[in-house]
Write a protein that binds this ligand. Structure first.
Ligand SMILES: C[S@@+](CC[C@H](N)C(=O)[O-])C[C@H]1O[C@@H](n2cnc3c(N)ncnc32)[C@H](O)[C@@H]1O
Length: 351
């Protein structure tokens, strides 16, 4: 049996996964870096077991999904099914199935896309074989089976716990672009609400919000569509489409670093392109001074050491809020719709 941990990520962010893992897990082993994925081979199998029991993918920033790999196989060009079925039969007792789902996956790259049509046909074939043995589609099963094809000549066989992992194949939540939203950025905020904000804290009808760096209006559109009835959209640039004329939206051509609302709002959202440390200080100031209770914002991270820069920004927030005696929660994640940025949800907690 192999003991490996497979991480999916946006291509180009493999070093950030590695940096986050070294910071959080700090166990001996070696890395193999792919494109859109990387693999950690722990020196001690016991570390693999321990992480399988404890590691929750949703708490991590850069990995889209974290899979515990038990077998890595080279495949013949014709019959790929037989060696895979044999490997599944030979798995360690603890991992033999049944499985809740069987997901056939591949890297989120152009090369990976070529594997996607194979994966659909192969997935249906494998599903049928496993379902016939009672091994697939078992709603109560404690594991999901992943077959990851880095190429059509190789497969990694691994598992996730459905309660500790991300619930979308490839770790990618597919969202439909709303036809009348003024920009694709709207999907970033939609994903942030879906992934980072708990049900109890979602926008409620009649809430108010400030959107810093609002133009052309994709984030403002999300706040309107979620029920906000008063949104201050701060940007020197023009709002577009329905967001330029919507009765709930007040567009102010002001500097987002200087603007403060006359009375507190329910939500602060911010997508300004600025140095991350300046954004961290700005958001902290809003919460410390009570202009908003909760915020969604992002840190643009075009630099190489993104993990270090993120830590620096989280420290700025901690110094400000903790220093002011404010209890808070923050979640940061490199969302699927994010490019070179990480999105955060920050909320005060009642004492
Ligand atoms: C990535 S775009 C925002 C896109 C917007 N969230 C959407 O969904 O359509 C960044 C915006 O921040 C604005 N911006 C940058 N610095 C700003 C500042 N100091 N004050 C106000 N707006 C600023 C820019 O004019 C730009 O429109």
């Amino acid at each position: 049996m192999t003991h490996a941990i497979l991480f999916y990520c946006r291509p180009g962010f493999e070093a950030d996964v590695e940096a986050e893992f070294s910071f959080k897990a700090d166990i001996p082993g070696k890395w193999e870096i792919g494109q859109g994925f990387c693999i950690f081979l722990p020196k001690r199998p016991a570390d693999w077991d321990k992480l399988y029991r404890t590691l929750e993918c949703g708490d991590w920033v850069f990995p889209r999904q974290i899979i515990f790999v038990a077998e890595m196989l080279d495949l013949p060009p014709k019959d790929r099914l037989t060696p895979i079925l044999t490997a599944l039969d030979n798995l360690h007792e603890a991992h033999k199935g049944p499985w809740r789902d069987v997901w056939i996956e591949y890297p989120d790259t152009n090369d990976g896309k070529e594997i996607s049509s194979f994966s659909r046909k192969f997935g249906a074939l494998l599903d049928a074989k496993l379902a016939a043995k009672g091994l697939a589609n078992q709603a109560d099963a404690k594991a999901r089976l992943h077959l990851f094809f880095p190429t059509l000549e190789r497969v990694y066989i691994g598992f996730t716990r459905p309660d500790f992992s991300v619930n979308w194949p490839l770790g990618i939540p597919r969202l439909r672009m709303p036809t009348d939203a003024p920009s694709r950025s709207t999907l970033k905020l939609a994903e942030a609400f879906m992934i980072l904000v708990p049900e109890s804290a979602q926008v409620k009808p009649g809430m108010s919000a400030v959107d810093l760096g609002a133009a052309p209006g994709g984030w403002t559109w999300q706040m309107v569509s979620r029920g906000c009835t008063k949104i201050f959209a701060i940007d020197n640039g023009p709002m577009k489409g329905s967001m330029a004329i919507h009765p709930s939206v007040k567009h102010l051509r002001e500097d987002g670093f200087r603007y403060r609302p006359k009375s507190p709002v329910d939500w602060l959202v911010c997508d300004m392109v600025e140095q991350p440390a300046r954004i961290a200080a700005l958001i902290s100031d809003w919460l410390v001074k009570g202009h908003a209770r909760q915020a969604i914002f992002n840190f643009k991270l075009p630099m190489k050491k993104r993990w270090n820069e993120l830590q620096r920004c989280l420290d700025i927030i901690d110094d400000a809020l903790d220093g002011a005696g404010i209890r808070y929660q923050i979640r940061a994640r490199h969302l699927y719709h994010d490019r070179e940025e990480v999105t955060c949800y920050l909320t005060k907690i009642k004492r």
